[in-house]
Design a protein around this ligand. Structure first.
Ligand code: PEP
Ligand code: MG
Length: 585
């Protein structure tokens, strides 16, 4: 009997294959006493499992394909760092010695302790790090138990022709990377969210994936035929011939579409009525630059500088930052590079800044530009590094999460002072460097006229703008369903920012996830947006929509949408707008 289930579609595409159920839950661990004379060799057994886990991760890191988001290597690095932490490297060996227990039992006890500590944390981001601890410990545990890891087992080629769809409670980005090498057709997980590292990687690697699929394992047996739709989140178990044919056709169409998109690389992004649209890239690591070049993109609309500050105890020096920014501008031959000053404070704490600990509500606390203004040790070296790098190409400086004009004035005063200092030090920089602000709080959007008069450009950060306007924690799975870019208030705020930018003659771009979602491209064009910055993997699809859009058709439709305060009506008009045909109006 066929069954239909639903999860969240996080990576587009159709997959047909057999279910491969990954181990659910933790393996049973036996406890036994290790005699005195075997304690040292039991400790050796533990340290060698640790070393093998380290080697596996290093190998995995070196196999990350070019073009995959830098977040993936960051993620593997974070696991490598965890292996070195004394909670994992030393505490279990002490237990083996003092309690005379076997290595697996020592590791199990340590896992229970760590998991409990993380579960008791108030901070939702830190709570999610519990999964990372679990994954790292599982890797060592499996080596101790002399089990092959599930993913390694999969690597043994069984029947080459059998497409497999992995079904697991949760997966790490590292697991997904291994699946990529094994031609896994699709992925289903019971937990996980669209913005998790695993989802980002599945998208980058074009593996159709459905996450958050509840208790899917209860309805499935190993080897059962499955179909998944990574767009809609649908899962079909044991379908009839007719349904299989239908989805095979859809799958072929999806592949044809991907091939056609690759051909757009050298085509300029212009609408049907010849209006040029600038498509730019969001970049985190220099690897992302290869990915943007692959899709024919030269400009960076958002360079997130956080990664320079993460996973370390000290702060990067001005020189280190300068070298990094200079390397990026050289890689893009002096094209547009928009460097965002540091945006940490909520989900990305750094140990070198003491202020960051213990905020009751970090999303509303000392984050982004607020943190930089309070800690000039962060702001001044970064301003100087950006100014110095501006001597090498078209660099803009962008300030994250501004909420008041006062913050702008303060930063501008620091920039003026640092320009003066550099001049007296006889150091080159671009005196006309453009300074812009991210509009990602409702307050900033409502005062966009003020910001537009003081800034050289604005960029709309929809990820935070939606979080703050609709009061939805963007990291909380429970309220994810309310996170809606089509909410009338969001559309009106975006429109207001675009209008004020036009009125005062400054460019307005969008660099939140909404800019890279081709479902919204027509609407945003109709609302007047002409600069979109996104993950390079989304760029060709957005370009395709731009090429098929006539502004004279979408502008009046967008105007209608903006007039409606009703969510349902907005949705209906939005569907109409997306189905209008540029050849028949
Ligand atoms: C945003 O908020 O939309 C944005 C681009 O910034 P980040 O996702 O880095 O907070
Ligand atoms: Mg933001």
């Amino acid at each position: 009997m066929s069954i239909m289930l639903h999860g969240i579609g996080v990576a587009k595409g159709i997959a047909l294959g057999q279910a491969y159920l990954m181990e659910h839950g933790q393996p049973d661990i036996a406890e036994y006493t290790v005699p005195d004379y075997l304690i040292d060799s039991e400790i050796d057994r533990y340290t060698s499992a640790l070393e093998t886990a380290r080697e596996q991760l290093i190998e995995l890191r070196s196999s990350v394909p070019v073009g995959v988001s830098g977040e993936v290597t960051d993620f593997i690095d974070a696991h490598l760092l965890m292996l070195e932490d004394s909670a994992i490297s030393r505490a279990p060996t002490k237990m083996i010695r003092h309690q005379q227990c076997n290595a697996e039992w020592a590791l199990k006890q340590q896992r229970d302790t760590l998991v409990q500590v993380f579960e008791e944390m108030d901070d939702p981001y830190l709570r999610t790090r519990k999964d990372d601890i679990d994954h790292v410990i599982n890797r060592i545990m499996k080596l101790l138990l002399q089990q092959e890891t599930d993913t390694q087992e999969l690597m043994e080629p069984e029947e080459e022709s059998t497409a497999r769809i992995i079904v697991a409670d949760n997966l790490t980005a590292a697991d997904i990377l291994q699946f990529h090498h094994q031609n896994v057709a699709g992925i289903i997980t019971e937990h996980g969210a669209p913005n998790s590292h695993s989802a980002i990687l599945a998208r980058s690697l074009h593996i159709p994936a459905v996450m958050g699929a509840g208790n899917v394992h209860r309805y499935l047996r190993d080897g059962e035929p499955l179909i998944i739709n990574g767009d809609s989140g649908m899962i079909l178990i044991d379908s009839d011939e007719k349904t299989i044919d239908y989805y095979q056709n859809l799958q072929n169409n999806h592949k044809l579409r991907q091939d056609a998109l690759a051909k757009l690389r050298s085509q300029a992004a212009v609408t049907r009525d010849n209006t040029p649209v600038s498509l730019q890239a969001n970049v985190e690591l220099q690897d992302d630059i290869t990915a943007m070049h692959q899709v024919g993109c030269n400009d960076i609309g958002l360079y997130r500088t956080e990664f320079l500050f993460l996973n370390r105890d000290d702060l990067p020096t001005e020189e280190e930052q300068y070298e990094n920014y200079k390397a990026v501008i050289e890689k893009i031959d002096g094209a547009l590079l928009t460097i965002r000053t540091l945006d940490i404070g909520t989900d990305k704490p750094i140990p070198a800044i003491a202020d960051m600990e213990g905020a009751d509500n970090p999303a509303l606390g000392l984050r982004a530009i607020r943190l930089s203004l309070k800690n000039l040790d962060l702001l001044i070296p970064q301003i100087r590094a950006i100014l110095r790098a501006s001597a090498h190409g078209n660099i803009r400086m962008m300030l994250p999460m501004v909420s008041s004009m006062q913050e702008i004035t303060q930063v501008q005063n620091h920039i003026t002072q640092e320009k003066k200092n550099l001049r007296s030090e006889k150091v080159d920089f671009d005196d006309a460097i453009k300074i812009g602000a991210m509009i990602e709080t409702p307050g900033a959007a409502l005062s966009a006229d003020g910001f537009a008069q003081k800034m050289d450009f604005l960029s709309i950060g929809t990820n935070d703008l939606i979080q703050y306007t609709l009061a939805i924690d963007r990291t909380d799975d429970q309220v994810n369903y309310l996170f809606d870019p089509l909410h009338p208030s969001i559309l009106r705020l975006i429109h207001r920012v675009i209008q004020e930018g036009n009125k005062y003659g400054i460019p307005v771009s969008m660099c939140g996830e909404m800019a890279g979602d081709d479902r919204y491209t027509r609407l945003l064009l109709g609302m007047g947006l002409r600069e979109f910055s996104m993950n390079p993997s989304a760029l060709s699809e957005v370009k395709q929509v731009v090429l098929n859009t006539r502004l004279d058709i979408v502008e009046p439709q967008a105007e209608q949408i903006l007039k409606s305060p009703f969510h349902n009506e907005v949705r209906r008009l939005f569907e109409q707008l997306n189905s209008s045909n540029p050849d028949h109006e």
